[in-house]
Design a protein around this ligand. Sequence first.
Ligand code: SF4
Length: 293
Amino acid sequence: MSYICLMAQPHPPTDQPVATYTGDARSGDGGAGDRPVLTSLSPSRASDFKSCPQLFKFRAIDRLEEPVTVYQARGTTAHLALQRLYSLPRGERTVDRLADLFREAWTELRGQDDYADLFETLDEERRWGVESLALLHNYFVMEDPRRIDPVGTELDLVEDLGGIVVRGILDRIDRLPDGRLVITDYKTGSAPPERYALPAFFALKIYALLVRRRFSETPAEVRLLYLDGPTLYRMPIDDPQLDAMDRQLRALWEAIERAIADDRFPPRPSRLCDWCSFRDRCPAFAEPSRVAV
Ligand code: SF4
């Protein structure tokens, strides 16, 4: 098995660790009509196309708005709090301080239009906050932030990988005491069962490619930290794996270009549909005959 699952492990030995989609496709200036042009690809949109080309189209080509959910609000707020935690001196990175940072971040976000109608009542919002703080408490079961000095957090990586431009924002990258680079991604949702965890690493392997290009160094490991659980999944990384990922990404890029040229983005129904914001306008549900097989 190429990945390791550690359930609720106390702090991994990470002393002194090391560190949108702004438009995957945009309208061309005339030329081949107004066909979109693929100029860059993010790991998230690459994952979308891989799991459902129609979902990719809704998000990347049509750029349809998606209402923010309470789960996304939790994820955004928690990521902000965790990023700010690492800007504090090591000794101040405590559970209580992280809770304060979460409250501060939410106070900033809740005033924005996207979040204005998220909760019907204050009680509902309060319950959401209490659940969120419980999840953040779990973070300390998996890592001790007082032993970590990241190389970077929320790192904006834009790299030309030899003809294809890939952009993504990486949660954190650390350098371990033995000199190896490790990439970490925080998840506020619950972890998939271990036997289904492999696809969750797809985007992280793209980040590993970006890191290899940026740092001229192959990261040793990618980690998925699921606060709900908590669950920590780890996958060792090496050059042959990243070379394979590079080939896969190029093939995906070509497939997206073909889909754009043919204007063909078949829906691919799956369990993902239960959470999809576009289900009510998806042809898979309106016209079942168009479903891809
Ligand atoms: S509802 Fe399902 S098939 Fe349709 S776009 Fe969303 S994920 Fe794809």
